[in-house]
Ligand binder design. Structure first.
Ligand code: P1T
Length: 400
């Protein structure tokens, strides 16, 4: 995509008000030199507790489950990137989702997109189904959303856009408008786009959520999650829940994400550039049945992608011509594309959703959605793209 990306912050953040461009905020918000020593890199406050002058008299920090200065810096930066007022950083993406589930009164109705990360589906259908009522629908069709909202009266609509793994795209502006009319909250899992390519809160969502494990950190060495929002009361409630339940992020891991974040803008550009080349190569390949990439004109929601996203990201899924045997052969032949779960790191990864990331979704549902045995998901890294194409070609050559 040749669109010039200049993203000025339009909303104030509690943490740091900055009108700088995204590429500047990602480096400087939360990255101020240490006041005491001038160290240009933020210290890692590797401490569990803080000394108090007298009981209850302290410098704002009591215990690291509640607050930690390294984590505070990361939260400031992430809030700024999503153009949100608040951010809470959590132990994992799933624990961020868990906190949001606890925010709602027991017995709430929740509409969730029918194609979501397998772990999200498992969390909702095997843990929170005891507390709330879930309906999984195709949120890419605003008419279906409108009808279901009327009948089901949800307290919350949960969107993943683009979805994992089928990269379906929901019109955030349209769905949040329907939700607002019905006084329902909207959450957007923005993991696949990162705040560089999509800002759900600016588009109308109440909450943007990320698995920080992916593009935000970008180096496949940290697990974490984050929740961004504007509402003060919601922030207070989620903080209380996090402090009471305990899924906090370690100071060292927060520091690693702060470090990884600095290159988010250039990494996302590089991921996208490579992904577009790979998607076009796959689209022409005789051994490929179909390619799904939001940047391709053939993507069913390409027009919405163009409207609401500032880029198309680094994730591609494609259907091989063939069966599970051919998929396995391909997956075990490629080398630069490492066969592993997860995504969003600088290195390219490949995986088989039906056996790996989405195995927790019952087979009949998976197949109805289109998560079939010939579906392969790529997280395109930032290596030299010709090397990546050679690697894929080696995989295709091995299929007879
Ligand atoms: O792994 P964790 O940090 O807990 O994040 C969960 C999660 C939430 N949302 C989305 C869209 C995700 O993709 C994930 C994790 N996904 C993988 C591990 C994967 O390979 O798809």
């Amino acid at each position: 995509m040749s669109k010039k990306i200049t993203k000025k912050a339009t909303t104030k953040t509690t943490a740091k008000k900055s009108t700088h461009d995204f590429a500047t905020r990602v480096i400087h918000v939360g990255g101020e030199p240490d006041k005491e020593t001038g160290a240009i890199m933020p210290p890692i406050y590797q401490t569990s507790t803080y000394v108090q002058e007298s009981p209850g008299v302290h410098k704002g920090y009591e215990y690291t489950r509640s607050h930690n200065p390294t984590r505070t810096r990361l939260q400031e930066c992430l809030a700024s990137l999503e153009q949100a007022k608040h951010c809470l950083v959590t132990a994992s993406g799933l624990s961020a989702e868990m906190l949001i589930m606890h925010l709602l009164p027991a017995g709430s109705n929740i509409i969730c997109g029918d194609d979501v990360y397998g772990g999200t589906y498992r969390l909702f259908t095997t843990v929170f189904h005891k507390m709330h009522n879930f309906k999984f629908i195709d949120t890419t069709d605003a008419k279906v959303v409108e009808k279901t909202v009327k009948e089901f009266k949800p307290a919350l609509i949960w969107l993943e856009t683009p979805t994992n793994p089928l990269l379906k795209i929901t019109d955030i502006v349209a769905v949040t408008a329907i939700a607002k009319k019905a006084k329902a909250l909207t959450v957007v899992d923005n993991t696949f786009m990162s705040p560089y390519f999509q800002n759900p809160i600016v588009l109308g969502a109440d909450i943007a959520l990320h698995s920080m494990t992916k593009y935000l950190n970008g180096h496949s060495d940290v697990v974490g999650g984050c929740i961004m929002m504007n509402d003060d009361l919601m922030h207070k409630q989620l903080f209380t829940l996090q402090n009471s339940i305990g899924p906090c992020h370690s100071p060292f891991d927060s520091w690693l994400v702060l470090r990884g974040l600095k290159t988010l803008a250039i990494r996302m550009e590089a991921h996208q550039k490579n992904a577009m080349v790979v998607a076009q190569y796959l689209e022409k390949h005789p051994k490929v049945e179909r390619v799904v990439y939001p940047g391709l004109k053939s993507h069913p929601q390409h027009a919405i992608a163009k409207k609401q996203m500032l880029g198309y990201g680094g994730m591609i899924t494609f259907f091989l011509k063939g069966d599970i045997k051919k998929s396995n052969k391909f997956l075990s032949t490629v080398k630069l594309f490492a066969l592993a779960e997860s995504l969003g790191g600088v290195e390219s990864l490949i995986e088989h959703p039906a056996i790996m990331t989405h195995a927790s979704i019952p087979k009949p549902i998976r197949e109805k959605l289109g998560i079939t045995d010939n579906l392969i998901r790529l997280s395109v890294g930032i290596e030299n793209v010709d090397d990546l194409l050679d690697d894929l070609e080696m995989g295709f050559s091995a299929i007879k």
